[in-house]
Design a protein around this ligand. Sequence first.
Ligand code: ADP
Ligand code: G6P
Length: 477
Amino acid sequence: MADPRNGGKRNLIIVSNRLPLSVKQTDDGTYQSSISSGGLVTSLSGLTKSTTFKWFGWPGLQVDDPQDREKVSKSLAAHNAVAVFLDQKLANQHYNCFSNQILWPILHYQTVTLNESAWESYKKVNELFAESVADAASDGDLIWVHDYHLMLLPGLLRKRLEEQGKFCAIGFSLHTPFPAKDFWRALPVRKELIEGILASDQVGFHTDEYKQNFMDSCHSLLEATIEPPDKIRWKGRWIIADSFIVGIDPQKFEDTLQKPEVISRIKELEEVYKDKKVIIGVDRLDYIKGLTLKLKAYDAFLDEHKELKNKVVLIQVAVPSREDVKEYQDLETEISTMVGKIDGKHATPDGSPLVYMHRSVPFTELTALYAVADACLLTSMRDGMNLVCFEYVACQAKKHGVLVLSEFAGASSFMNGGCITFHPANTKELSDAIYRAITMRPDERESNYNQLRRFIDKNTSARWGETFIERLTKCTA
Ligand code: ADP
Ligand code: G6P
């Protein structure tokens, strides 16, 4: 990463709404940080091993007192993270109301209505990010912006940097699907958002389908020229648009599986579930993950396979997410009701076929759960990639467990028959998929596993990041 404009050094700046640590204020007024969950943080954290960067983002809460800001900044600095502080009301409008009640649903094919004041706040927050990042950037730096919270940032940044006489390469990566053009155009501010992204030099998606959908929108809404397979011409500039396969850091799971406390936890869990087939599900509690469909199909599966009574258990970890958003609160209520009904209907004095954990679990526990499970069940209705399925594979070197993955998760387009796929809203298909998974012959499990394992070992998060940065560096050299 050499650049003569900055003494031969081209620094990398990452910008995302979510930082690797989320800060909360405890009842006694002190600040506590915890590791953030979600695919964006997982993929970027996997890059830290091989690449050095500063990571700008929102700390997760309002901090006004300058001394408190210093404390928060200091704790984040230990992780190379830099806080973009926001007023709580503005952050709420940007994060909850626009990003998560308008953009997130439309990107996942749900219809929405525009909230004008939330749009104003979204613009304002993108401006504040632009100000912070542009001030911190040096001439020649590489700036890599992430996800739907910051779609306007490339455009605002380019303008500010030019005003300051700095020439930086700007990349943008979307961690969600990009919908088909007829869906995207339903959003009244559809043009402004893609114009913001097009101020980047390179735009990355998880799959070719999302890339193609984005290009279609650029062509039909902005009359941009598309030069297949990967170029867009817009306002006299060329922009690269491509898919970059995002992954995990499999070594992190290998290392965790060697820890004595994880080895003994696995033994404990194996004892608890010794006569049962264990199915694991790990999802943020989000409607895109299809949890209601999963529970409905699991209920149908239990009804149909009475011979498996007390012989199968689904352990569902539902990580709390976006709890200030009404749709997420409603979902929580709906899921709790369904869990209660399934439990009431199928539990016996010997146990329940469903263990529902509505909380965040420590990484060591998560790894142990992945390792003991005979199958992993992921039923997303739409999902940018889904990294949980790769994490499950990373922990299954011994058991060769079966991956049961919705055809609507981005990851399924790379699995080439190595897992069982299904339509999540087809209850019978899903129930049959569960049965097939827990009765699969060992030789079939092994050959599927080997195929998936090769994929996750090759397509790591480090490789994803390095490939993106290398191409961004080249296209702006
Ligand atoms: P999404 O990005 O929509 O949440 P992914 O499946 O791509 O979906 O990524 C979820 C990530 O969150 C995974 O890497 C998973 O390990 C991680 N995760 C799940 N539970 C926790 C937790 N308690 N703490 C931190 N990360 C978690
Ligand atoms: C998805 C999004 C990320 C987000 C993550 C967790 O992966 O693409 O941008 O960080 O979900 O959601 P949260 O709202 O907690 O940041």
